[in-house]
Design a protein. Sequence first.
Length: 121
Amino acid sequence: MMVCHRVFLAIMLLGLAGNLSTAFARGSLGNTDPPWNAEHIDHLPEEVRRAVIRLCRQHPNAAHYFATYSENSRLINLHFEHFHCQTNKMLCTQAGCLHQVYVLSGGHYRLLRSYYRHGND
């Protein structure tokens, strides 16, 4: 009787070990987010997304830190050094790259300020 329990336990442990390696392999494949991705723009609030898309004739791509949020998402900071648009070269100049700050006011975001600067702020 004791041998049956040990054999059963051994089979269960081997089965569990095989399932864990498969689960880890699947988990590593599903977590790929390309560095340049249009979804980084698609997830912006509507007013901000429309303003960003107006700057580019084609649908642009953005890197992970294109949009940063502060003050409990009351402010959205856009860093155009993390923005890719083939049709608009004026987003980065010798003065630096365009940065914009949007503020939440009355349930909608509006442009608070726009300036050129080198690096992130």
